[in-house]
Unconditional design. Structure first.
Length: 460
């Protein structure tokens, strides 16, 4: 890690991106690959509405089922944060994938809408159980100066999978003669394949991380209390979410993420309504969505190569400014140029701040509560993404095209909250392996007894 950090000049591209993956451990590579595999096979939320309407269920029932899917995901990520302490990434991944695959295949054969709803809820809930544990382990296995880059790579896998999945699913649908059977069976098989890969390559929950893990998490530990903190780290994290809630700074950060989610999701919910109402050809909306996907996949890693060395606090704030400006531009007289330019601006904000926003929870609190902090982040984002369409739809009915300046208020709030709540963490460590900024508000608010400087792949 030290040799890579010292490389200079024309090798900087390799140090920032290629070497981060190449020198990652096998478990870290499994987690990065798993992000792509899981998203590539995530067909249910894409085809659920079409599947149900093909079974003669109403549009309202199909929309309700999609809402159940979103609710199950929110519950699943919170449950995953708690269970990761007991299970670790390997066991959590296996339970998550196996638990999702069984009801997923069963959906094809269930005779009633009520049973289908139960299966949908189980699939979405089980499918999210592994995420906090996986993100925690990925952080533990990554040097402190590469946290932002490794999570940018994690996001790259997710975004690439999301982009390819609809095309892959549509191909399976046609291959099966316009039937969804192959679509859902393949998704179940993909989940089982990843469960097997995780079991073979990920460390058990009792595994000890290397120096990289200690460096990545040293920022949350106290000094001179290693023995006491080690004992504390061995405890099962009872009351972990209560401790997180007592971290006032982090709760402000989660509030910012909630507002960010509310505003961000409007391009999928309110923008198409405004495009249709304004008489603009739907082609321009679909082109804008494709433009966003292209920008994120093609340029986020390149942007992160530079942005990872910047202040996390200011990087997030400027990213939210760009998101607010881009969304606010939709408030101009709507046409192709406005749609594309607005999307371009907030997409730049997304690739600027997305990795830093995702990486911040791993250093925001005590090391033993890392999975809870990560789960809290996913909960706040998912809640914002779930509430956003409802809020945007109601505002659109009330204000019409004037909805966009109102929505920018959410961006303004998130900017202020990030500036108030986020504290930059150094990306380098002292010779002893401890972060130079070890005294954090998270320790005072979330864990007054001290926390372990030793990261663990399992219970922490």
């Amino acid at each position: 890690m030290v040799e890579v950090a010292r490389e200079k000049g024309h090798d900087n591209d390799e140090v920032a991106v290629v070497a981060t993956f190449r020198q990652a451990s096998l478990p870290a590579k499994t987690l990065l690959t798993g992000a792509f595999i899981n998203r590539l096979g995530a067909f249910l939320n894409i085809f659920l509405v079409l599947f149900l309407t093909s079974r003669d269920y109403s549009d309202g029932q199909a929309a309700f089922a999609l809402g159940v899917y979103g609710g199950g995901a929110i519950v699943g990520v919170l449950l995953g944060g708690a269970l990761s302490i007991r299970l670790g990434a390997r066991n959590a991944s296996v339970v998550s994938m196996v638990g999702a695959s069984v009801p997923l295949a069963a959906i094809l054969y269930l005779p009633s809408f009520g049973l289908i709803l139960v299966a949908v809820a189980l699939v979405s809930m089980a499918g999210q159980l592994y995420r906090p544990a996986s993100a925690t382990l990925l952080s533990d296995l990554t040097p402190a100066n590469r946290q932002v880059m490794i999570f940018a790579m994690y996001r790259f896998g997710l975004n690439l999978g999301v982009t390819v999945a609809p095309l892959f699913g549509f191909a399976l649908y046609n291959l099966a003669g316009h039937s969804y059977a192959l679509v859902f069976w393949v998704e179940a098989a993909v989940a089982l394949c990843y469960a097997t890969l995780a079991w073979v390559t990920l460390p058990p929950r009792s595994a000890e991380p290397g120096a990289a893990g200690r460096e990545a998490n040293s920022g949350a530990g106290g000094e001179g209390e290693e023995g006491e903190e080690g004992e504390e780290g061995e405890r099962v994290g009872r009351g972990g979410y209560r401790a997180m809630i007592r971290d006032r700074r982090y709760m402000l950060y989660l509030t910012a993420i909630f507002f960010f989610g509310v505003v961000y999701v409007q391009y999928l919910s309110t923008l198409p309504l405004d495009v249709k109402d304004s008489g603009v050809a739907i082609f321009w909306y679909t082109l804008a969505v494709s433009l966003n996907g292209f920008i994120v996949i093609a340029f986020e890693l390149l942007m992160t190569k530079y942005a990872q060395a910047w202040s996390q606090r200011l990087t997030m704030a400027w990213a939210l400014v760009l998101v607010g400006v881009g969304v606010g531009m939709y408030g101009l007289p709507l046409g192709p140029a406005v749609i594309l330019l607005g999307t371009l601006i907030w997409s730049v904000g997304e690739i600027l701040g997305g990795p830093a926003t995702t990486a911040y929870p791993v250093v925001a609190g005590p090391a033993r509560l890392k999975s809870h902090y990560i789960a809290g982040f996913h909960f706040a984002w998912s809640l914002g993404a779930a509430v956003g369409p409802v809020v945007g739809g109601w505002l659109f009915i009330r204000f019409g095209h004037g909805v966009w300046p109102v929505l920018t208020v959410g961006s303004a709030l998130s900017i202020v909250l990030v500036l108030v709540s986020v504290r930059d963490r150094p990306t380098t460590t002292s010779p002893t392996g401890t972060d130079a900024n070890a005294d954090t508000d998270a320790e005072a608010d979330a864990d007054s007894t001290g926390t372990s400087t030793r990261a663990t792949a399992g219970p922490s």
